[in-house]
Design a protein around this ligand. Structure first.
Ligand SMILES: N[C@@H](CCC(=O)N[C@@H](CS)C(=O)NCC(=O)O)C(=O)O
Length: 239
């Protein structure tokens, strides 16, 4: 398999795992088509080909269907040298573990954002703060997880910081407070051009809409931010 094959990514607009894959595809300048589906109303053709009925999947050529964001990211990286994944077996294994670590953070971050239960909200916030402290330790004297150079593992964390950036003006308590290393890391990641191009243009609108419509704890604690014109400016135009 190589990049001469046609690549079609099947995605859901606010899926963070799809964002990871999109970020790598944009970083590696790979040509692809994208098909969006609604995960609450999955089309039959998708159910037939996606082994876990989840996005993202990457259709290569006519027959091969890759699933799981980590596997897709590594595949894209392999066919577009120079590789962002390290060669050293120990480093590679550590990085793969951190792929999974980022998935856990993303899962809990989304639950934190969309929960309607106050108690769960508080517990998730504590859990996230602990993980971010741990990540801060990993980033001691480093710009990226593996040092000065960007690696594939870093692109796994792009959705985390895109979401945190979007919510910065509205989080009741900044969960990256006193976390200078993580703040710098987040800035380095979100200023990569692939982090800007690797997501759908209406991502923020859709997230905010979801947070409002579900009457989440986050919305209830900051309704004016979600409804007021000043919020639209902060959130959508980076002010
Ligand atoms: N481990 C998977 C997680 C993918 C995932 O959970 N995708 C969600 C959307 S964000 C999905 O397709 N959910 C549909 C479902 O669970 O039925 C990956 O990394 O690709």
């Amino acid at each position: 398999m190589d990049k001469r094959f046609k690549h079609t990514l099947v995605a859901f607009k606010i899926c963070p795992y799809c964002m990871k894959v999109l970020t790598v595809m944009c970083h590696k300048n790979i040509k692809f088509e994208i098909k969006f589906i609604e995960i609450h109303n999955k089309p039959d053709w998708f159910i037939k080909i996606s082994p876990l009925e989840k996005v993202p999947i990457l259709i290569i050529g006519e027959e091969v269907v890759l699933f799981e964001s980590a596997a897709i990211m590594e595949y894209i990286d392999e066919i577009t040298p120079p590789k962002l994944m390290p060669d050293d077996p120990i480093q590679k294994a550590l990085d793969r573990a951190k792929f999974e670590y980022s998935n856990e953070i993303i899962k809990n971050l989304y639950q934190f954002i969309f929960t309607t239960e106050q108690e769960k909200f508080v517990k998730l916030k504590e859990w996230l703060i602990k993980r971010f402290q741990q990540m801060g330790e990993w980033l001691k004297d480093k710009k990226y997880v593996n040092g000065l150079e960007l690696s594939l593992v870093d692109l796994n964390f792009v959705p985390v910081f895109v979401v945190l950036n979007m919510l910065k003006p509205i989080l009741p308590c900044d969960i990256l407070k006193d976390q200078k290393r993580l703040q710098n890391y987040g800035e380095s990641l979100t200023s990569l051009s692939c982090a800007k191009t690797g997501r759908v243009p209406d991502y923020e609108f859709l997230m905010i809409d979801g947070i409002k419509n579900k009457n989440t704890v986050l919305f209830r604690s900051n309704p004016c931010y979600f409804n007021g014109p000043q919020a639209s400016r902060c959130l959508f135009f980076g002010k």
